[in-house]
Design a protein around this ligand. Structure first.
Ligand code: SF4
Ligand code: SF4
Length: 172
């Protein structure tokens, strides 16, 4: 059960939290035990101090407006480790998605890194150009040197872009 956030925090923005509750995929953050298993395995835990069990706690304390202003909601890589680790099926990764959506709804903007990555995907089908890897001998190896096939993007870029934009608009 969701508690009344107004009694939990003077800073609570009831309307925002109500919208958060209405997202279909979110799992009740009040089921969280604050065990920290999600944070212990989080891919980017070292980058942010509020990651991710503390974000779950902030949501249930009604501190959504503070989170919407914070870069922390954009640092999650959506690796889903927290979903698998959580004994309560709270799924912090979904909470990050909901917070990002709310941030945009509230007039926030997508960080440049995401916009750049999206442009790259629409251009080439990949989030970045293929890069070489440095071997134990200190030399850099590209795909050719590693006898890997060259990456090929979409056969028809126009159709690919149209399909991507359609998927974005439908939220799939
Ligand atoms: S999905 Fe996000 S919050 Fe969860 S473990 Fe991965 S990076 Fe961390
Ligand atoms: S693993 Fe689940 S129950 Fe434990 S702190 Fe994270 S969200 Fe809460």
């Amino acid at each position: 059960m969701w508690a009344d956030v107004t009694v939990l925090s003077e800073k609570a923005n009831v309307e925002l939290v109500k919208r958060l509750k209405n997202f279909p995929s979110i799992v009740d953050p009040y089921a969280c035990l604050q065990c920290g298993k999600c944070t212990s395995g989080c891919t980017v835990m070292v980058l942010m101090e509020n990651f991710p069990h503390r974000v779950v706690d902030m949501v249930r304390l009604g501190l959504v407006p503070e989170l919407l202003k914070s870069d922390v909601i954009w640092a999650c890589t959506q690796c889903q480790k927290c979903r698998d680790a959580c004994p309560q099926k709270v799924n912090p990764s979904e909470i990050f998605i909901v917070l990002r959506n709310l941030s945009i709804i509230e007039g926030g903007s997508v960080p440049d890194a995401y916009s750049n990555m999206l442009s790259k995907v629409l251009e080439s089908g990949f989030i970045q150009d293929a890069i070489g890897v440095v071997g134990s001998d200190g030399l850099t190896y590209d795909r050719l040197k590693l006898s890997l096939p060259q990456l090929s993007g979409p056969k028809n870029v126009d159709v690919f872009q149209a399909n991507c934009m359609d998927a974005f608009q439908r939220g799939v």
